[in-house]
Write a protein that binds this ligand. Structure first.
Ligand code: F0G
Length: 460
């Protein structure tokens, strides 16, 4: 288009009201939620940027497909449609439906993991790490060094450090490697893309040492956009073809369809190895369901089949990536420390740089999350030491590599004026930066603590 205004490439057919609240009301809600926005009710939130997962608006084509849902226990036609779209996209011979991404993770990493095994990734997402560690295996993150520098402008900050990868494989011995997992885009370190060149290098190393290579592909359409626009060799290649090429480099894939599947629920596991597929199918039946529905209803599978096609449409992807970067660029211009360049599904703020007076032990990311909610009713999520921090043997916090806050943008849900509002709330936060308190944790679970932890402000 010759104009710079990005218009949403859709019209709104059905609307959902937003409950407008006051700052006084939100102060009470947040205290009741123990300063953890995961514990808020959604009608206490005005703009919900907690996640881009399962929060997409479906298209009229998807809603129409839902009416075609075949709810047969075995041999559902809806499964046939979903399976055929996934086989065409991924090229893998065996596809298993799951109710969401972590169910696929539990099945495949349960099989490949266990005590003594090591998994290596550009960055393990929290559920990925939890599923691996739960088996007794270890999960090592090996992002390139630019990937953990918030201000580095490397075009593919999601890349895996291939020298480190090979070193770890040799040190641990190839037979002890559970799998190498490439997460595209790299959610936990800024939603940053992975280049095809990097995926090819990872694939070469895995094949050389006969190590299994799995793609965590939940945002692969967004990743393909970045490859087309940043990696010269792919300038004239279609988005879907780019994704297909990346799948061809791996031995299998796990997908949470709640992201680039453009649906509210669903996922899959796909592999090329028959033996692995057979074992996984048995595990699937025990916990997810029969192999032709795996925890999904027929209508969910119809919506996924359509969503996985729509997500590669050029107008959609262009709008998606440009509208995320519109928010990020505007915050960047206001000197808000954002992870730069802006990633695909979210804008990440470096909370340590935003609130330098709050020590990491008092979780500056949690402070920003709470302020965004109090001032503007905006729900975001901390992806720093609350989510990824550990304790050493003496109980001292081992902080995460970055103290980030994520503003995840649901797909096709909010309009330009919602985004303008978010920018205005940040202007208000800038003016009151100095008075903001840190937080301490008063209650936490041993795994995935960020979902349920209780906090209180540190006031002295
Ligand atoms: N892998 C990645 C990279 C993810 O971002 C997620 C989920 C999963 C796996 C697990 O998928 O939720 O369907 O079980 N990410 C969500 C988020 C929760 O907010 O980023 P799931």
């Amino acid at each position: 288009m010759p104009f710079k205004t990005i218009i949403e490439p859709f019209k709104i057919k059905s609307v959902e009201p937003i409950a407008i609240s006051t700052e006084a009301e939100r102060t009470a809600y947040l205290e009741k939620a123990n300063y953890n926005p995961f514990r808020l009710q959604s009608d206490q939130v005005m703009i919900d940027l907690l996640t881009d997962s399962g929060t997409s608006a479906m298209s009229s084509r998807q809603w129409a497909a839902i009416m075609e849902g075949d709810e047969a226990y075995a041999g559902s036609n809806s499964w046939k449609r979903m399976e055929s779209v996934i086989k065409d996209l991924t090229g893998f011979t065996f596809v298993l439906p799951t109710h969401q991404g972590r169910a696929a993770e539990r099945i495949i990493y349960g099989l490949l993991g266990g005590k003594g095994k090591t998994f290596i990734s550009n960055t393990h997402f929290d559920t990925t790490r939890a599923n691996i560690e739960f088996t007794g295996a270890e999960a090592i993150d090996a992002p390139i060094k630019e990937g953990v520098e918030p201000t580095s402008t490397h075009p593919f900050k999601g890349n895996l450090d291939v020298d480190r990868l090979e070193k770890i494989i040799l040190e641990k011995k190839p037979e002890n490697i559970g799998a190498v997992i490439l997460t595209v885009t790299n959610n936990s370190s800024g939603g940053q893309p992975v280049s095809m060149e990097n995926a090819e290098a990872v694939s070469r190393i895995c094949r050389k040492h006969q190590v299994i290579f799995i793609l965590d592909c939940c945002r692969i359409a967004e990743n393909s956009y970045f490859i087309k626009h940043r990696e010269k060799a792919y300038r004239n290649t279609g988005y879907k073809e780019i994704a297909k090429k990346m799948f061809s480099l791996a031995d299998g894939a796990v997908m949470s369809a709640k992201k680039d599947g453009l649906v509210n629920m669903g996922g899959f596991l796909a592999v090329s190895d028959k033996k692995i597929a057979e074992t996984c199918k048995n595990l699937l039946i025990i916990t997810e369901g029969y192999t032709t529905y795996g925890g999904l209803s027929g209508r969910d599978m119809e919506a996924i089949a359509v969503g996985l096609e729509e997500v590669f449409e050029a107008d959609y992807l262009e709008y998606r990536i440009k509208s995320t970067s519109f928010l990020g660029e505007r915050l960047h211009r206001m000197n808000i420390p954002v992870v730069y360049p802006i990633g695909g599904h979210a804008v990440y703020i470096d909370a340590r740089a935003f609130y330098p007076h709050i020590p990491v032990e008092q979780y500056p990311g949690q402070s920003l999350v709470c302020e965004l909610y109090l001032k503007g009713g905006i729900r975001s999520v901390e992806t720093g030491s609350v989510m990824f921090g550990k304790y050493d043997h003496s109980g001292k916090l081992i902080p995460a590599s970055m103290e980030l806050v994520r503003l995840a943008i649901p797909r096709r849900v909010y309009t330009q004026s919602h985004i303008e509002y978010v920018i205005e709330v940040f202007e208000a936060l800038l003016a009151e930066k100095q008075q903001v308190p840190g937080y301490r944790i008063t209650k936490e679970a041993p795994l995935l603590r960020h979902f349920t932890a209780h906090f209180e402000p540190v006031t002295q």
